[in-house]
Design a protein around this ligand. Structure first.
Ligand code: ARG
Length: 391
């Protein structure tokens, strides 16, 4: 009998490596797909790993450009930060991975897709909701929800028994998800909230005491809601992000430690690093302060929160998220300008900002001689406002 084809989202890590073997043992013809979003594994390593596991076919796609353009940029424009500390790096990658799983399944005429997400995490929700929205009939298998392995220890044991090569010892201690927008680090000793994150948990950023002792000024130029230049040099968005991760990393920028509310109802502790993301969010905020009216700003805050929630909870391909994009599309036309930021010992300090759409008028704000504000207007304005509270 011909084997059923299944497309597995494969990262080369412990979970997906075990999934691969398990699906093969269940009689599937497993096709792997690895999305290149800036993870630690090189395509070469992935190919070798998959080959060792007896995989006939592996698709490896460098998706950094698409990730930046269609996932990171909309979230950046939205100001989407979950619970004030998480720039959604892992969350934003999932719908993109789902999109390609579905594309490859169609190409291969596979009825099934599979992933290595756990039953208590957010990622299963994100991948599966995205897949359902793009291909309602697709069948999804999540080995971690059904197999007999109950813990990471069980998985390590299973890997050993089946000659599956797993990564470095670091990977055994922590669960790390890395892409160009940031790194998510959890598990191991981080699960005990009394433990502060040890230095060996971090990949992109220096600790404060080892941060550069020299202040560094950078200039970011935004054009209609898109970062276009760094230090006066035109670069692609991916290029700007990569550079800022490097620069920000040496100044110890972008670490957060969050006890977050998962979509599955669990509180979990995750440590994040995202130097570029925090610098770029700051640059956006500085320009938005200049160009948005108070009404626009207030409304944008609501949008930012909802957008972050939608991305976090897996509703990326949803009518509400697309409607918010339509709002943002119009709004970002105002977000042009230049910001100079100073990076120093974990801080991002704004030195200056300017925009051709600025609403700031020195002639109205000044307390000096050039004041053009009409003094007489204030009294009447306050009288009218006061009517509602005067008995
Ligand atoms: N808590 C983050 C989220 O739900 C990251 C999840 C993956 N984390 C990890 N270390 N593998 O988006």
């Amino acid at each position: 009998m011909k084997k059923e084809k299944i497309v597995l989202a494969y990262s080369g890590g412990l979970d997906t490596s075990c999934c691969l073997k398990w699906l093969q043992d269940k009689g599937f013809d497993v096709i792997c797909f690895s999305a290149g979003l800036g993870s630690e594994f090189s395509p070469k390593e992935l190919k070798e790993k998959a080959k060792k596991a007896g995989i006939a076919k592996i698709y490896i796609k460098d998706l950094c450009k698409e990730f930046s353009r269609d996932y990171i940029l909309p979230a950046l424009r939205a100001g989407a930060i979950y619970q004030d500390k998480y720039v959604l790096s892992t969350a934003l990658g999932r719908p993109l991975i789902a999109k390609y799983l579905i594309e490859i399944a169609k190409l291969e005429r596979a009825k099934y897709i599979a992933h290595g997400c756990s039953s208590k995490g957010n990622d299963q929700i994100r991948l599966e909701l995205a897949a359902k929205s793009l291909a309602p009939d697709i069948k999804i298998i999540a080995p971690l929800r059904v197999w007999e392995l109950k813990s990471r220890e069980d998985e390590l044991e299973y890997a050993k028994r089946n000659n599956i090569a797993v990564g470095s010892t670091k990977k055994k201690i922590y669960s790390i998800d890395k892409n160009i927008w940031g790194v998510s680090i959890e598990a191991g000793i981080l699960e005990d909230l009394k433990n502060s994150p040890p230095e060996d948990a971090f990949i992109l950023t220096k600790p404060l005491e080892k941060a550069s002792g020299r202040k560094e000024n950078i200039e970011i130029e935004l054009k209609e809601g898109k970062p276009v230049k760094l230090n006066k040099k035109s670069l692609s968005l991916t290029g700007i992000i990569e550079k800022l991760n490097f620069i920000g990393g040496r100044h110890a920028i972008g670490r957060t430690d969050l006890v977050e509310d998962r979509a599955t109802g669990i509180k979990s502790r995750e440590v994040y690093e995202a130097p570029a993301a925090w610098i770029l969010h700051k640059a956006f905020k500085e320009i938005e302060e200049l160009v948005f009216s108070k009404e626009m700003r207030d409304f944008k805050e609501i949008v930012a929160r909802r957008y972050a929630d939608l991305a976090y909870r897996g509703f990326w391909f949803s009518p509400l998220k697309e409607s918010l994009d339509a709002f943002l599309e119009k709004q970002v036309r105002l977000v042009s300008g230049k910001v100079i930021l100073q990076l120093y010992k974990g801080n991002i300090v704004t030195l200056s900002r300017s925009s051709q759409y600025s609403l700031y008028k020195e002639s109205l704000a000044t307390y000096g001689k050039k004041d053009e504000f009409c003094r007489d207007w204030a009294e009447g304005y306050i009288n009218i406002l006061g009517m509602s509270i005067k008995r």
